[in-house]
Design a protein around this ligand. Structure first.
Ligand SMILES: [Zn+2]
Length: 287
């Protein structure tokens, strides 16, 4: 386990002192050190000009708006950031992508959202990225003080000679290498208490993974990565044409649906714009 940064230690001391003195913290801060909290951030907008890329043969030529989400899990033993979105520099005007198949923009810079909760990327201990498509690695280099938690298969693809063939943009994560990466062989319990668990779900990419959370008050929540991109694809188990391996994807979907059943977890689809409209975003948080 990494040492806490001085600011994290000071924050913990302040919170402990405040608890002893009976002081209540500001409404946007966790009030007890033992809490685990989850912050959700807007990390860009994606217009798909032909949504059938995600659902082969269905709704051909129809456009669909997707959102893009990032998350911070604050645990007494450290901070885990999950996915880093589109890069802030895309800005509100955005960029065309894949010969106009997509338009991607950022209307709410992640930097501003982090400031709103008093967090800097440099103080984050752990970075989890569901997979290395560029809409998930946009701001990754800000977090290069952290240890990257990545499946071995994804590491091989992302840091090998053919990263572009997987739809990855190595420049966006050039701050990482073998020295600040922890390569995983399947599921990984980040803090050893079953509250924050990375689940291996290959198929969308060689080492796709998602995040299972068990929060003290809000209960169990699964952050989907790109296991699904929107609700109808979940309902119909549709596999995007550009996935790395269709059979692996269907197997991962089956495993996660079984986990949803057995745990009662909510499944939050990170790109689903309609579902995200009902989710609290920073500076509000879940605990
Ligand atoms: Zn994505």
């Amino acid at each position: 386990m990494k040492q806490k940064t001085p600011s994290a230690v000071l924050a913990a001391l302040w919170i402990s002192a405040a608890a002893v003195l009976g002081l209540s913290a500001c409404a946007t801060q966790p009030t007890q050190e033992s809490d685990i909290t989850l912050y959700v951030f807007h990390c860009g907008n994606i217009e798909s000009r032909d949504v059938s890329l995600f659902s082969p043969g269905v709704n051909q030529g129809q456009s669909k708006q997707l959102t893009n989400s990032c998350y911070l899990i604050r645990h007494p033993q450290g901070d885990l950031f999950w996915d880093t979105g589109l890069p802030d520099h895309f800005g509100p005007d955005g960029v065309e992508f894949m010969d106009g198949a997509f338009h991607m923009s950022v209307t709410e810079p992640l930097q501003d959202q982090l400031k709103s909760i008093g967090v800097t990327p440099e103080e984050i201990e752990w970075l989890g990225i569901s997979h290395f498509h560029s809409d998930h690695t946009g701001n990754a280099n800000w977090f290069s003080n952290a240890t990257l938690l990545i499946q071995e298969a994804e590491f091989t693809a992302a840091f090998g000679d053919n990263a572009h063939q997987y739809g990855f943009d190595p420049d966006s994560y050039s701050g990482f290498n073998a020295n600040n990466s922890k390569r995983l062989q399947g599921d990984y319990d980040v803090f050893g208490d079953g509250r924050v668990v990375i689940k291996s779900t290959p198929g969308h990419t060689p080492g796709h993974q998602l995040l299972y959370l068990d929060l003290p008050q809000s209960g169990r929540i699964i952050l989907s990565g790109d296991l699904y991109h929107f609700t109808s694809n979940r309902e119909q188990r549709r596999v995007p044409a550009f996935n790395f391996d269709k059979q692996q994807t269907l197997h991962s979907m089956e495993q996660i649906e079984q986990l949803v059943q057995s745990s009662g977890a909510q499944l939050w689809i990170q790109h689903d714009k309609e579902q995200n409209a009902d989710i609290k975003h920073a500076p509000e948080f879940y605990r």
